[in-house]
Ligand binder design. Structure first.
Ligand code: C5P
Ligand code: MG
Length: 165
């Protein structure tokens, strides 16, 4: 990539419907819950937002372009494989991840007790230190589709820097 000082910022956002009879998987961690998220893959809304943030930083399109939800190969897929793949694209482009900051917006269950395992799971997948991965949780204060318990959202930003190696 030319014409940049060696740092790239990326942003990602995702939403999934809440349904019964599916697991709630966030950052590769299955959180005990009476409901889960609907999706073609494992519907890991947090992994999807971070994956899109990395693709955004690289100007390489979006998750649906790389992993179409019409492709039977990705049915029930572990979304950490998507995240792992885009980290490989960053490496190929000569970048390393400096840090990730993210937010999951979900009315319930309470997620704060799962913060560390989720951060560790994401950090392991991205091959970066856990201190470089921030995961925040918010309710939507009972307002809108998230607040009414119909969906879960996630947002993420990522900073990449040109690798010296
Ligand atoms: O949305 P609100 O500001 O009320 O959230 C307060 C705190 O509750 C958050 O900072 C977060 O630590 C926690 N939280 C949580 N699980 C959620 C939503 C919020 O643990 N699903
Ligand atoms: Mg998604």
């Amino acid at each position: 990539m030319s014409g940049n000082p060696g740092i790239r910022i990326g942003q990602g956002w995702d939403v999934h419907r809440i349904v019964s009879g599916r697991p709630l998987i966030l950052g590769g961690v299955t959180v005990p819950s009476e409901f889960g998220l609907e999706g073609h893959s494992d519907a890991d809304v947090l992994a999807h937002a971070i994956t899109d943030a990395i693709l955004g930083a690289l100007s390489l399109g979006d998750i649906g372009m790389h992993f179409p939800d019409t492709d039977p190969r990705w049915k029930g897929a572990d979304s950490l494989t998507f995240l792992d793949h885009v980290c490989g694209l960053a490496e190929q482009a000569g970048y390393r991840i400096v840090n990730v900051d993210s937010t999951v917006i979900l009315e319930r269950p309470k997620l704060k007790d799962f913060r560390l395992p989720i951060r560790e799971s994401l950090a392991r997948t991205m091959s970066i230190d856990v201190t470089s991965v921030s995961v925040k949780f918010k309710t939507a204060e009972k307002v809108g589709p998230v607040g009414e318990g119909k969906s879960a959202e996630s947002q993420a930003v990522v900073l990449l820097v040109k690798s010296l190696f």
